[in-house]
Design a protein around this ligand. Sequence first.
Ligand SMILES: Cc1ncc(COP(=O)(O)O)c(C=O)c1O
Length: 434
Amino acid sequence: MAIPCANGDAPGLGAHAKSLSDRGKNANVALLPMTYFAPIADMLKNLWTPGNRSGCLILAVAENRLSTDLLAQKLCGGLQTIPDDIYGYPLGRGMLRLRSSLAQYAQRTFMKGVQLHADDITVLAGCGCVLDLLLFCIAADGDLVGIPAPYYPAFDNDLKVRCGLEPVPLYLDSSKPLSKQLDAMWDARKFKVLIITNPNNPTGEVIQRATLLEYLHWCCRNGVHLVSDEIYANSVFRKAEESVSLASLLEESEPELKLQAQALCHIVFGLSKDWGISGMRVGCLYTHNTAVTGALDNLGYFAMPSTLIQETAHQMLEDQDFVDSYIAENLRRLDASYSALTGALDTAGIPYTPATGAIFLWIDMRKYVSEPTWQAERQLWQEIVDLGVLLTPGKDCHAQEPGFFRICYAAVPTEGLVEAVRRIHAHLQQRSTS
Ligand SMILES: Cc1ncc(COP(=O)(O)O)c(C=O)c1O
């Protein structure tokens, strides 16, 4: 997810545009589909802190800053050894020892019961990059990609900017049989790939095992690639529902289904969110599809994290006591932030979809939009921006109807969350009496 330059200098297509190919022009940051990025540059100049209580609260960027102190302690300890091979080129899909420690890490935490092999793991510069290259391999220019909506706003850019794919939002009704709805949608528009996000961005909901199994069976029946984005898999802070990786279902499936599923299922995970290190760019793909891994052995050269980062990630993940204590404490902090935010919203009378994972809350402001239109949603979004609070409008997440907003609650301390809700609530009250 590209963030526009902090100096507010996002270039227009400008004088030199003619010198570019169409794809170069289409990649310009000024054309990013995420409309809520516009105020970020100005807000960054005056951020809320406990010492600057009138500052701005950016609650629209999916970052987890809750546990940076724990990481800083670990990272300040430095590398325990500097192996000779970090001076040279790594393998295209990442250093073997990092892929082994990622395999260990995944099977010990969210892919319980799965026998992961380093050969099936690819490390690239972030999950955005994994999605871009995976889609480059499994889909062709103009292909359709189905995504249950609402969905992560940057998927639009991830799909379109280099691969030229067309996202198709799928509006599913959880009270009706999933397969029948997918059949009807697929009859109307034959998507080649289906992307699910578990836990979900923007709702924070976890996909139930039975639903996940239905996705798996449906995709295998129809020869559709199933990409499970599990970038928030180690951020399930409430275990009300059983959260399960697609990898576990694959492992358990009967041989005939397994054979087909191994070609079609691809699981994306990484360190950006659960570890709050989106800047270090460590994203992973777990797939048994050897044609995909063969292509990535080549393409990885263009998109790998540096060996220093790979080695740092490897040494961090190898320390299993640290991994366990970090995850436990990070989950505790996520839960505390979620409770503070939902407590403030309950007091303000603003409804939301209960979440059990990830770093998002999907709030329902339909009763505060002047009419059920995207324009009225934009107006309310702007009023909230004017209060110094940045939320993600539902439209950017392809919500089915206007009036929903996404709050990313792990990037600021809990007092900041409470302050944001206080400002919104006070504004809504004032609006209703004026
Ligand atoms: C669902 C989802 N997938 C992928 C990404 C991109 O992650 P990365 O920073 O590792 O590229 C994000 C980032 O917000 C995300 O929310």
